[in-house]
Design a protein around this ligand. Structure first.
Ligand SMILES: O=c1ccn([C@@H]2O[C@H](COP(=O)(O)O)[C@@H](O)[C@H]2O)c(=O)[nH]1
Length: 246
């Protein structure tokens, strides 16, 4: 079912707004908790989502030295979430330490380890910014691919990439390497700060396992209508990669 491949971010600042959004969109089975909500309200939202049997993407995008990311991953794995993020640019030592830490943290908490996925390059970065701000001397698709391969080699379960790079990653990485795409924009929505978008059907056709779609749904005048339009669009595009998380 393609609707289950859509992850909606709870990009709000307080619990009441998060609960209101969850109640407004009961069809959503997979929610993302990110930096804003987790920093302002802590892990309470995870219990709320779990009590409603929702799947959870804890998108904290860890970026630090190996010892520190390992500690953070051990703690986050104890929450029993489905997906957890770390930046690939932490480097292989930190990625390996993080991959080991989620297993340890989950075992200690008696829960299933999250799938640890690496941010390859934020979808808000343009090729020009990669070259001139970040001074990375590679073409953007090559850099994203290298980051995904580093994550794969370091024992991670998948990567976060823009829909524009997902086909190349799908063709190069192992079949069971999860590819999660934010920066997805239906034709009728605004791009905002996203620089490397494709439409939901293009992203799925290119090989994305999951799409993260926020403002086109959550900031729409009628979020449920926006959700339905996206689900309708995806119905005509059978998925190549039927890989449920469990
Ligand atoms: O490279 C990345 C990594 C994470 N995100 C997150 O996805 C959502 C996208 O929200 P939209 O409203 O659909 O733009 C947001 O929570 C980001 O933190 C990303 O956009 N790009």
């Amino acid at each position: 079912m393609n609707a289950e491949k859509i992850i909606v971010p709870l990009d709000v600042s307080d619990l009441d707004s998060a609960i209101a959004l969850i109640n407004k969109l009961p069809q959503v089975t997979f929610w993302k908790v990110g930096l804003e909500l987790f920093t302002s309200t802590g892990p309470k939202i995870l219990d709320i989502l779990k009590s409603q049997e929702k799947r959870i993407f804890l998108d904290l995008k860890f970026h630090d030295i190996p010892n520190t990311v390992a500690g953070a991953c051990r703690a986050a794995a104890g929450y029993g979430v489905d997906l957890l993020t770390i930046h690939a640019t932490c480097g292989s030592d930190a990625l390996k330490a993080a991959a080991e830490a989620v297993e340890i943290g989950a075992e200690k908490a008696g829960t299933k380890p999250p799938q640890l996925i690496a941010i390859t390059l934020l979808t808000s970065i343009s090729p020009r910014q990669l070259a001139f701000d970040l001074k990375i001397p590679l073409e953007l698709p090559e850099f994203a691919l290298e980051m995904a391969l580093l994550a794969e080699k370091s024992g991670l379960n998948g990567a976060v990439c823009s829909p524009q790079e997902v086909q190349q990653l799908r063709e190069t990485c192992k079949n069971d390497f999860l590819l999660v795409c934010p920066g997805v924009r239906p034709t009728w929505s605004e791009k905002g700060d996203q620089k490397r978008s494709l439409t939901p059907s293009q992203a799925i056709t290119a090989g994305a396992d999951y799409l993260v779609i926020g403002r086109p749904i959550t900031a729409a005048a009628e979020p449920e209508l926006a959700w339905n339009l996206i689900v309708e669009e995806l119905k005509t595009f059978p998925t190549k990669n039927q890989r449920p998380l469990d």
